[in-house]
Design a binder for this molecule. Structure first.
Ligand code: ADP
Length: 398
């Protein structure tokens, strides 16, 4: 059963075709600059070279058409025709309070996702365009919506409410939602499997450290807290996003610099995080690590502040769960940077953690990086959101 997984952004579309029975990747790719000059499709059948086609893509329907043409191409295609694609799984960023689970897409579901647009104005409309484009080209293929927010819907009220007038929750649903849920769910489940323990018996902290970064606390198989909030701006210090700040900073800077709220929000989203903290040295940790190692103050203060914030969340979530059995690192930085993992773990001695330096130096595989006598286990689990979406889609078809 082949499932096409689509992750649609405002001007991009990432896709993977996955055999949901064997869980093997068949082909993957990316359409970039949709609706902008210079659009291109990068297509890669598994085990073969990438094929890049520079071609105009006026809209997402054109992009999906090109993707389907590539997948069914007589030379480089991987399926004979579209009937070999059993279903499409769409990544949807915001499902509000309405969606605590993945769901098959109906007109009603599209309407409910549209109702969440104002909670994720950059993402949900783009996700919906992807759904519409697929529906137009494959009207009889079932489609599923898999939400970034769904896994976090098990959070208790005490974790999702903010200390602001309750009427804003009642009127506008202002609360913590959390994101990266598909990744937090996948990684915490895998951690239990790797440790050979029952998911329902464990207290797990997942650190999803990529360009966007979030931490979650998963107690007995349910998410009970996570660091991102109403939007993905809250929590850890990220590539370009500030994470937690004193909300009064917004007014203070606006006055000092004569800027509007929109200006400040744009700075908090696009010019802050490790990019801003390093005085624009880089939003990429590889550059920051080089700077750190060559003794540059910009690199040192940025990485130390980032790691400190992660450590603080781990402490908070250990308290929230009254203990922790396993801490997992995932996503671009979490999977690849032994250096940052070591810096974070060096502050976790109080949890009975000793790092196994040799294990920590490995890459690209699932690993336990704490020593066997560590009372809390530390793992690296490469995330696979596309596979998780394919699994969810397959389960919905049954
Ligand atoms: P996104 O949130 O965009 O999906 P990723 O999970 O792909 O992000 O993570 C991208 C980030 O991971 C990069 O910006 C970089 O900071 C970090 N990263 C990737 N590889 C390495 C590496 N080898 N060492 C340190 N950091 C890395």
């Amino acid at each position: 059963m082949n499932i096409l997984v689509i992750n649609c952004g405002s001007s991009s579309l990432k896709f993977q075709l996955i055999d949901a029975e064997t869980e093997k990747l068949i082909a993957k790719g990316l359409c970039e600059r949709i609706g902008i000059e210079g659009s291109q499709l990068v297509y890669q059948p598994e085990g073969k070279d990438k094929i890049t086609t520079v071609t105009p893509m006026e809209d997402h329907t054109t992009a999906v058409k090109l993707v389907l043409n590539s997948l069914t191409d007589s030379v480089n295609g991987v399926v004979k025709d579209l009937s070999e694609i059993a279903a499409v799984g769409h990544r949807i960023v915001h499902g509000g309070e309405k969606f605590a689970k993945s769901t098959l897409i109906t007109d009603e579901v599209v309407k409910a996702i549209t109702d969440c647009n104002e909670l994720a104005p950059l993402h949900n409309p783009a996700n919906l365009i992807g759904i519409a484009a697929c529906k137009e080209l494959m009207p009889n293929t079932p489609m599923a919506a898999v939400f970034d927010t769904a896994f976090h819907q098990t959070m208790p009220k005490e974790a999702y409410l903010y200390g602001i007038p309750y009427e804003y929750y009642e009127k506008y649903k202002v609360r913590r939602y959390g994101f990266h849920g598909t990744s937090h769910s996948y990684v915490s489940n895998r951690a239990a499997e790797v440790l050979g323990k029952k998911y329902e018996d464990l207290k797990i902290i997942v650190c999803h450290l990529g360009n966007g970064a979030s931490v979650s606390a998963v107690k007995n198989g349910k998410c009970i807290d996570t660091s991102m909030g109403l939007t993905p701006l809250e929590g850890l210090i990220m590539g370009t996003r500030s994470g937690d700040i004193d909300p009064a900073i917004i007014e203070f800077i606006a006055h000092k610099e004569g800027k509007s709220i929109d200006d400040i929000m744009s700075i908090l989203n696009k010019k802050s995080g490790v990019l801003g903290l390093s005085s624009n040295l880089s939003s990429d940790f590889r550059d920051l690590q080089d700077a750190y190692e060559s003794g540059k103050e910009e690199g040192i203060r940025t990485i130390e502040t980032f790691a400190y914030r992660v450590t603080k969340y781990i402490g908070a979530y250990t308290a929230a769960m009254n203990g922790v059995d396993a801490i997992c690192f995932t996503a671009g930085l979490g999977e690849n940077s032994a250096f940052v993992r070591e810096m974070i773990c060096s502050r976790l001695g109080y949890l009975g953690i000793t790092l196994d330096k040799e294990q920590n130096s490995k890459r690209g595989e699932e690993l336990v990086i704490s020593t066997p006598d560590s009372t809390t286990k530390v793992l690296v689990i490469p995330t696979n959101e596309e596979l998780a979406i394919a699994r969810e889609t397959k389960a919905l078809l049954k």
